[in-house]
Design a binder for this molecule. Structure first.
Ligand SMILES: [Zn+2]
Ligand SMILES: [Zn+2]
Length: 159
């Protein structure tokens, strides 16, 4: 029996049999976090984003709903949501270029272009088997793993 590859994110309802339709407010409450308007909005924005977003993009989108919001609130909110596992952050050299995405149930890896910040999803998990073998050798109980490969994407290489 091969243990399946699990992500490091929240396991919303997974243990109970896969129901995922939890509201953002319930998700926050489940982690003991206050339901602030900004937190709910950020979750909603990232949940519906087709691509990972930069802080600036999130900030501009938020401003449409909360015109008085400031950038430091956005950073603080993102930080909290990353720490709670609701969203994922691809860490790049500079914080301002980091991208955030909604942490979906599926386990995913990315190739991250350091030139344009594009994140290219990798299908399947390339290190699942290796990670499990390593863990059982060490008597280690795996809870998840992350892998990002940094480099230059094909369109940036041409430019
Ligand atoms: Zn690129
Ligand atoms: Zn993996």
């Amino acid at each position: 029996m091969k243990p399946s590859c699990k992500g490091s994110g929240p396991v919303k309802g997974d243990a109970q049999g896969g129901l995922v339709n939890v509201s953002y407010r319930e998700m926050l409450a489940g982690k003991g976090l206050k339901n602030t308007k900004t937190r709910v909005l950020v979750l909603e924005i990232l949940d519906h984003a087709s691509n990972p977003m930069t802080v600036d993009e999130i900030f501009l989108t938020l401003k449409r709903n909360e015109p008085s919001i400031n950038l430091s609130t956005v950073y603080r909110t993102l930080d909290t949501l990353v720490k709670s596992g609701f969203i994922l952050k691809a860490t790049l050299m500079e914080d301002s270029r980091a991208r955030y995405e909604y942490n979906r149930m599926e386990h995913r890896h990315h190739l991250v272009c350091v030139s344009c910040n594009r994140m290219i999803p990798v299908t399947g998990c390339p290190i699942d088997e290796y990670a499990n073998a390593l863990c059982s050798k060490e008597g280690f109980e795996p809870a998840g793993h992350r892998l990002e490969i940094y480099g230059v994407c094909s369109s940036c290489k041409k430019a």
